[in-house]
Ligand binder design. Structure first.
Ligand code: COA
Length: 257
């Protein structure tokens, strides 16, 4: 099977590359599994001092694979859902996490950035969290973290209307550390990763622990996951996934409230 996440290690930097460009790096259960394995393993790997996440092709990721959502909505997907392990790994990760983002970062593509310690955007980056448009709810503790970061009004527009945020606004609103021309994205992220790799790993881990409330994040994720699982099985969600497969806009107004 083609590997859709490439894992590389060099000079203390563990690089995880989403590598499914023909499907806009849409994340599958197998991809979450591989990401979770790599982040978990980094905890005890002295050669993985910093983790850099990036995506191949013209965008970071189109978010969760909508076909897999549809399969769960139809009653499938009863095996282990690795997304839960991936989210736990993000919350518990003591290593610095850096993201390098070009083009679209949809859904979990944006919410995972809230768990990254440094976010570098290419100037063509566009962040969006259109959960409600898919008849779903926010995940990855983003219902807590996004309003905290950018304020309720902006977060609500992103969640409820699927508003897309430009790289410039993301920087102004504190969602990103740097915006650079596309051809300097990996260079800039790599330079930051190298600087962090040279820092004392124990002090970095302790600082990150002090800056984040892992218990609160885990509790928020648990509450979101329960609601998300319920929403996945609604008539609203079936309409959203069918519309995506049929490449047409969903018609929620035909559904009863
Ligand atoms: N799940 C499954 N397949 C996806 C996908 C996703 N999240 N995102 C993109 N793809 C697939 C498309 O179905 C298409 O497949 P095909 O070539 O077999 O038809 C391929 O990737 C290219 O996507 P396309 O829509 O043609 O590219 P685009 O540049 O016009 O648009 C997006 C890119 C990401 C804006 C658009 O694909 C999109 O809106 N995807 C869904 C995003 C989403 O709702 N994610 C879940 C959030 S919770």
């Amino acid at each position: 099977m083609t590997e859709h996440v490439v894992v590389e290690k060099d000079k203390g930097i563990l690089t995880l590359t989403l590598a499914r460009p023909d499907k806009k790096n849409a994340l599958t259960n197998a991809m979450y599994g591989k990401l979770a394995d790599a982040i978990e393993a980094a905890e005890t790997d002295t050669a993985a001092r910093v983790i850099l996440i990036r995506g191949q092709g013209d965008m970071f990721t189109g978010g969760n694979d909508v076909g897999e959502f549809a399969a769960i909505a139809a009653g499938g997907g009863r095996g282990e859902q690795h997304v839960h392990r991936f989210l736990r790994a993000l919350v518990e990760c003591s290593r610095p996490l850096i993201a390098a983002v070009q083009g679209r970062a949809v859904g979990i593509g944006t919410t995972m950035l809230l768990h990254c310690d440094l976010v570098v955007l290419a100037d063509n980056a566009l962040l969006s969290t259109p959960f409600v448009s898919l008849a779903l709810v926010p995940e990855a503790a983003s219902s807590l973290l996004l309003p905290l970061r950018i304020g309720h009004g902006r977060a609500y527009e992103m969640f409820a209307l699927g508003e897309t945020v430009s790289a410039k606004n993301a920087l102004d609103w504190g969602l990103a550390n740097r915006v650079v021309p596309l051809d300097r994205l990996y260079e800039t992220a790599g330079e930051l990763a190298a600087r962090l790799a040279a820092q004392p790993v124990g002090a970095l881990a302790a600082t990150k622990r002090l800056m984040r409330r892992a218990d609160a994040l885990a509790a928020q994720i648990a509450a979101e996951s329960e609601c998300f699982a319920e929403r996945l099985r609604t008539a609203e969600a079936r309409e959203a996934f069918t519309a995506f497969a049929e490449r047409r806009p969903p018609d929620f107004m035909k559904l009863a409230s």
